[in-house]
Design a protein around this ligand. Structure first.
Ligand code: CUA
Length: 312
């Protein structure tokens, strides 16, 4: 029924789906044909006097037993697929997935981070465990070719332990979608899984890991920019996203809307800090009021300001 089937779940899910579809289709056709047959056969001109039927035990048994068997089989096939999907192997390779408005991020155990555009790189024929958390609202991590979809919840009320897994069986790139409506750019919250042969993955993983170690002492503001998800809406290269770019932002004069009136505002320290804490107060003209208030410490605020100032 799907064009691609690229994980160990695909056959189980496919069987449960196809069986249910086939049973449904069989009864749709059979019952419709029987209905037309009865319309013709029992047309009122041919049967002016209706007769009564006092029931049939045989019929009652048939139409109770057969559907019961069919739904039990449907349940059983669905349960097999589901149990497998929920039973995470202990030896799985772990990747942390962070969702937010509107991005995906992947973090490996050696500290390597991948953006949604770079994709989730995984080795083939290896169980991968995803430990998922959202920075804001509920998103849903969906890989149609793998037949997996699992909601990504904000980390409150002990919901940090939100996991799913898969094992890819084909090399190549497969689409990842957000399958839960999460606001303005939900439809663009896309990414991809990149399935690589094991040696190729190992090579990339080791090399990327060394890069992380080398960059360990880089600027803390940039780390915040990445970890707090600022990058999702504010570019550093001048490109337009949901919010204004950080490139050349410092000292610039913005047209902002405050309480319905437009005014000019220079981007200075006071304005920047206010915008972090109360982003809805002065919304830059031409951008949607989409930013959630940021709860940063004084130290973090200083670091992010230094970072923004440095992007010229
Ligand atoms: Cu995230 Cu829809």
């Amino acid at each position: 029924m799907w064009s691609q089937a690229a994980s160990t779940f695909a056959d189980d899910v496919g069987l449960a789906f196809n069986f249910t579809m086939a049973v449904g289709f069989f009864f749709l056709v059979t019952i419709t044909l029987f209905m037309f047959y009865c319309m013709v056969k029992f047309y009122h001109k041919r049967h002016p006097n209706p007769s009564t039927n006092d029931g049939s035990v045989l019929l009652e048994v048939i139409w109770t037993v057969i559907p019961t068997i069919l739904v039990v089989v449907m349940f059983y096939l669905g349960y097999l697929a589901y149990a497998n999907i929920r039973n995470i192997p202990a030896n799985a390779m772990k990747v942390k997935v962070t969702a937010g408005k509107w991005y995906w991020k992947y973090k490996y155990e050696n500290g390597v981070e991948q953006s949604d555009k770079q994709g989730l790189r995984v080795p083939i024929n290896t169980p991968i465990e995803l430990d998922m958390i959202s920075n804001d609202v509920i998103h849903s991590f969906s890989i149609p070719a793998f037949r997996v979809k699992w909601d990504v919840l904000p980390g409150i009320n002990g919901r940090e332990n939100n996991k799913m897994w898969f094992e890819a069986t084909k090399n190549g790139e497969f689409e990842i979608f957000c399958a839960e409506y999460c606001g303005l750019d939900h439809s663009r919250m896309m990414s991809k899984v990149v399935v690589l042969p094991k040696p190729e993955f190992e090579k990339w993983y080791a090399a990327a890991g060394e890069g992380v170690a080398a960059a360990a002492d880089d600027n803390p503001g940039e780390k915040l920019y990445n970890s707090k998800g600022c990058f999702a809406c504010h570019s550093t290269d001048g490109s337009k996203k949901v919010g204004p770019t950080f490139k050349g932002l410092w000292g610039k004069t913005h047209k902002v809307v405050t309480g319905g009136t437009e005014r000019n505002q220079i981007v200075d320290e006071a304005y920047f800090i206010k915008s972090l804490k109360q982003p809805m107060e002065d919304v830059v003209k031409g951008f949607p009021p989409a930013m959630p208030p940021q709860n940063l410490s004084a130290e973090e605020t200083k670091q992010i300001i230094e970072f923004v100032k440095s992007i010229k």
